[in-house]
Design a protein around this ligand. Structure first.
Ligand SMILES: CC(=O)N[C@H]1[C@@H](OP(=O)(O)OP(=O)(O)OC[C@H]2O[C@@H](n3ccc(=O)[nH]c3=O)[C@H](O)[C@@H]2O)O[C@H](CO)[C@@H](O)[C@@H]1O
Ligand SMILES: C=C(OP(=O)(O)O)C(=O)O
Length: 436
């Protein structure tokens, strides 16, 4: 179990460049299974989850060549379907959440797709019904081994159809789209997730020869094609990292420039942090955040009632940044209600912040009220363990703003999604050491 030691209370300064997007990378990597031709991908983040998926593709027989930092060439000419029946696959497949998205491409190209219950954050129930209901609609037979938590779909041929998804699942939509592109006939997916990473996937598939229209909306129409060809793709900057660095700058009262953020794909993120009173300046494609030496003040709603920040499927605010918003609010002037609608166990980490001196009332598993200190009282350093990727980074931000030296265990959770975080934070002045 890895550990960070963090000496808090120091302002940071400088520039930080976001990595390529984790959740986009997981979709795009699975899409290489859809063609026997070469797919070249740039700006792939060097993080645990992505590296596990690249290794899994290698075990599946995909030829994988690293071309340089963040750049890989993949060729899925000979896929080893026997691996899908192996004990090793059951181990590898459950190592991350993104592995679920191999099912759609494998079903489309080879008529079979299997997956053990995938891993990822333990942040509440994470059902897969949307994925499999969609694949069944396309004509797949479904089986589930309850003892082993092993899912399977098989079909000689997939047929396009109309479907209304029961929820706008991100990985579910990606899986169904990747199956439908090679189905016979036209598929219409209503209530599709439509966040920028899915748009990136659809655009990449279209470059490979797919016929997807409605990209960016929740109504996708997919005319099936017989085969897809190779392409080149570049990942967007990671918007969750960008939000994390905005929170870090505010909470440590640091002057930071976040480089090349891809403003056009940030959706609600700048607005939500502005509602917390944080100054965010657009400078070309960078975000400039001045040192908030006078703190930051949470806005109220127009009628004077307490601000609520809640998650919603895109173009709503991403659930993956609510933990960061929550920690940043602990030092704001004013109060905010954080409402995590999507996941039911993602707010429990507030216990640690309360131990550090934050004023938070956990109203129920989905809602927490934060009463900011306005920097009149600094958080106190402590020892903690990272429960999930975003709570882990939130605790890390709290530790960097706290008085004294904190210890964070189980930092593998953070390494799942943040590339080389300690070195990049040291480069802007953070006192953080990886001690195990
Ligand atoms: C690898 C990956 O890409 N992971 C992301 C992906 O996970 P993932 O694709 O697993 O998440 P889903 O979009 O399927 O669902 C997330 C949660 O929201 C609930 N839900 C979803 C849609 C909806 O309309 N209503 C609703 O309540 C689901 O029941 C579930 O509890 O999307 C999540 C939601 O943005 C992100 O937190 C994850 O980081
Ligand atoms: C919940 C997340 O990831 P995963 O779906 O991979 O667990 C996340 O990136 O915040």
């Amino acid at each position: 179990m890895g550990t960070f030691k963090i000496e808090g209370g120091h302002a940071l300064k400088g520039e930080i460049t976001p990595q390529g997007a984790k959740n986009e990378a997981l979709q795009i990597l699975c899409a290489v299974l859809l063609t026997e031709e070469t797919v070249t991908i740039h700006n792939i983040p060097d993080i645990l989850d992505v590296n596990k998926l690249i290794a899994l593709l290698g075990s599946l027989g995909v030829e994988t060549e690293k071309l340089g930092k963040g750049a890989y060439r993949f060729k899925a000419a000979r896929v080893d379907l026997d691996y899908l029946q192996s004990a090793q696959f059951k181990e590898d497949g459950r190592g991350l959440r993104g592995s679920i998205m191999i099912v759609g491409p494998l079903l489309a190209r080879y008529g079979m797709g299997y997956i053990p219950k995938p891993g990822g954050d333990k942040i509440g129930r994470r059902r897969l019904d949307t994925h499999f209901e969609g694949l069944i609609k396309l004509g797949a037979r479904f089986r589930y081994n309850k003892e082993e938590y092993f899912y399977g779909v098989e079909a000689e041929k997939l047929h396009g159809t109309y479907m209304l998804l029961d929820e706008a699942s991100v990985t579910g939509t990606a899986n169904i789209v990747m199956a439908a592109v090679l189905a016979e006939g036209t598929t219409t997916i209503y209530n599709a997730a439509c966040e920028p990473y899915l748009q990136q996937l659809c655009n990449m598939l279209n470059r490979m020869g797919a016929k997807i229209s409605g990209v960016g909306s929740n109504l996708l129409t997919i005319e099936g094609v017989e085969r897809l060809s190779g392409t080149t793709h570049t990942m967007l900057p990671d918007m969750i990292e960008i939000g994390s660095w905005i929170g870090l700058a505010a909470m440590t009262r640091s002057e930071l420039t976040i480089k090349n953020v891809g403003w056009g794909s940030l959706g609600q993120i700048p607005n939500v942090f502005r509602k917390l009173g944080i100054t965010i300046e657009k400078r070309d494609d960078d975000i400039y955040i001045p040192a908030h030496t006078d703190g930051y003040e949470i806005q109220s709603f127009i009628d004077g009632s307490i601000l609520t920040i809640a998650d919603a499927p895109w173009p709503g605010f991403t659930p993956d940044l609510l933990s960061i918003v929550l920690v940043v609010a602990t030092q704001a002037r004013g109060s905010v209600l954080i409402h995590q609608k999507m996941f039911e166990s993602r707010l429990f980490f507030v216990d640690k912040l309360i131990d550090m001196g934050a004023k938070i009332i956990l109203c129920d598993p989905h809602r927490a009220t934060v009463i900011g200190h306005d920097f009149h009282s600094q958080l106190k350093a402590t020892t903690m363990s990272s429960p999930d990727i975003r709570a882990g980074v939130s605790l890390l931000i709290a530790a960097l703003s706290a008085r004294g030296t904190s210890t964070i265990h189980n930092i593998e959770q953070i390494d799942r999604g943040y590339e080389n975080i300690d070195e990049r934070l040291r480069a802007i002045g953070a006192r953080i050491e990886r001690i195990a």
